[in-house]
Design a binder for this molecule. Structure first.
Ligand code: AMP
Length: 509
């Protein structure tokens, strides 16, 4: 049996044939029949350019339907797809090409000169281009090359993709994901979220990340559904798309931005059946506010590059604000003591390290055996680096990244607990709590706050408001006000940047 993920997709693609697969606001639409034909042409181009099964294909291109067809082509001919954040500079790309040793680098047409230089210096043998309108040398090669309309034989354990982690500390690591990892997770999500052929997903996420590429596209393909494919998130376009869309997969900032728009009503979202959120914490307030405005309870889920998706709030049943839901079918989650190396589960309800095991979990970091051994344990559990707890109903709560934990005077402070209380203040829009070096306490709890537009708020007010609600060691020693928090493209607050900005504030105390 062929375990190539494309084999599973092809069944739907053949059956859906003249139905829409990708629809764009610009009218560049692709049926499933188009996807089969063009992916065969692109697979032919990859082969003509010297890519062999198991070879990496590094891709740094702007979002376009053809980029998804290239991903499919790569799966189909047995290549290993390696998408790269479009924000990376040539110097950063040098690291990825040197590390992954792809046999082809696909870049944007305008980046060709730089890409050639980087490819030369890293011994990458081929460079091709792919533009947002399906232009570029790769598509030209595809029209000339012998199409590959077969499906390369792959085992479930063969690599389908390498996704580099966003790497806020140290070097980015290449997470090796197999056909089995991606296929099992897509099937589970399709079933859990009830995706069918009738669905039209509003796709406004980037496609170099697990959320926009695997969660969104693989679930669509697995169900034979269609996508309304937007180059980026734009409130007006997303609002327009809701008249025909059925689902939206978002990061929390999508929802906070939609909430700022008066057009967001039950009437507008009448055609929609599901809104999901992930990649960063959705505040309970946003969840409640969205439900109040539209009648839809956002379904929050939790996953990561290395594991695909791990938990989801239920489709039927309670979607509990501030939680990431229950472990997905087939996924095991345990909470262990991060301070010992024993990985023994803690008593139910206690906060600890979340560890995950299941068919979704990657097989290791590319060429980093030591990092792999440290994080992917012998019993199959992956140490996520996220701290959390499982409540009495089995719902998982995330309290923050291990590295974001603040240790003040020897006591652990979970930033989320402090952030939640600050966010409850009427004058506060959002907040981030960080630990920065403090001569007496090791780290000083520090709050960085974005006030509500037009609100007046003072440092002492925040400190006083928290006095009766938090133990002394958890109370912020200093509070700073900013216009916005630094976030990456997936909406994650870049706490490392905040720690850098405020690193000297307690130097003189
Ligand atoms: P990435 O590998 O870039 O997808 O980042 C994964 C990390 O994002 C996880 O380890 C979590 O820290 C965070 N994350 C993902 N989904 C959620 C969520 N629903 N709530 C809180 N954090 C999340």
């Amino acid at each position: 049996m062929n375990h190539n993920l494309f084999e599973t997709f092809a069944r739907h693609m053949n059956a859906r044939n003249q139905s829409a697969f990708i629809v764009t606001p610009e009218g560049r639409d692709f049926t499933y029949a188009d996807a089969l034909t063009i992916s065969a042409q692109l697979a032919g181009a990859l082969i003509a350019l010297g890519v062999k099964p198991g070879d990496r294909v590094a891709v740094q291109v702007d979002k376009s339907p053809e980029a998804i067809l290239l991903y499919l082509a790569c799966l189909r001919m047995g290549g290993v797809y390696l998408p790269l954040n479009t924000g990376y500079t040539a110097a950063e790309i040098g690291y990825f090409l040197g590390d992954a040793e792809p046999s082809l680098f696909v870049c944007q047409p305008e980046a060709l000169a730089d890409a050639r230089k980087v490819a030369n210096s890293t011994n990458c043998p081929q460079v091709a281009t792919l533009g947002v309108n399906g232009d570029g040398s790769l598509m030209e090669t595809a029209t000339r090359a012998e199409p590959f309309d077969g499906i390369e034989q792959r085992a479930g354990t063969d690599l389908a993709a390498i996704l580099y982690t966003s790497g806020t500390t140290g070097r980015s690591k290449g997470a090796m994901l197999t056909h089995g990892n991606l296929g099992s997770n897509a099937k589970t999500l399709m079933e859990t979220w009830r995706f069918t052929e009738a669905d039209r997903l509003i796709h406004a996420l980037p496609i170099f990340h697990t959320h926009g590429l695997f969660v969104a596209c693989n679930v669509t393909l697995m169900a034979g559904a269609s996508m309304y494919f937007l180059s980026r998130f734009d409130v007006d376009t997303v609002i327009e798309a809701m008249s025909e869309g059925t689902t939206l997969m978002g990061v929390p900032t999508f929802y906070t931005r939609l909430l700022q728009d008066d057009r967001l009503t039950p009437e507008l979202t009448r055609h929609m059946r599901l809104f999901t959120s992930g990649s960063a914490p959705l505040t309970a307030e946003t969840h409640r506010e969205f439900e109040k405005r539209t009648g839809h309870a956002i379904l929050e889920r939790y996953g990561m590059t290395e594991t695909n998706m791990n938990t989801s709030n239920p489709y039927d049943g309670d979607r509990i604000a501030g939680t990431v839901g229950l472990p997905l079918p087939g996924v095991e989650i345990r909470v262990t003591d991060p301070e010992t190396d024993t990985h023994q589960p803690l008593p139910q309800g206690e906060i600890g390290m979340l560890e995950v095991r299941g068919p979704n979990v990657f097989i290791g970091y590319w060429r980093m055996p030591e990092k792999t051994r440290a994080e992917l344990l012998e019993d199959g559990f992956f140490v996520t680096g996220d701290l959390g707890l499982i409540d009495e109903r089995g719902y998982v709560h995330i309290v923050g990244r291990d590295k974001d934990l603040v240790i003040s005077g020897g006591f652990n402070v979970y930033p989320k607990e402090v952030e939640q209380l600050i966010d409850e203040m009427d004058t506060v829009l959002e907040s981030a709590v960080i630990g920065v070096p403090h001569p007496d306490f090791g780290e000083g709890v520090t709050a960085v706050i974005v006030p509500q537009p037009g609100a007046r708020i003072e440092e002492t007010e925040v400190i006083n408001a928290l006095k009766s609600r938090l133990a002394k060691y958890k109370q912020p020693k200093r509070v700073f006000f900013v216009d916005s928090l630094p976030r990456n493209t997936m909406g994650k607050v870049q706490k490392n940047q905040l720690r850098e900005t405020y690193k000297d504030i307690y130097a003189d105390v």
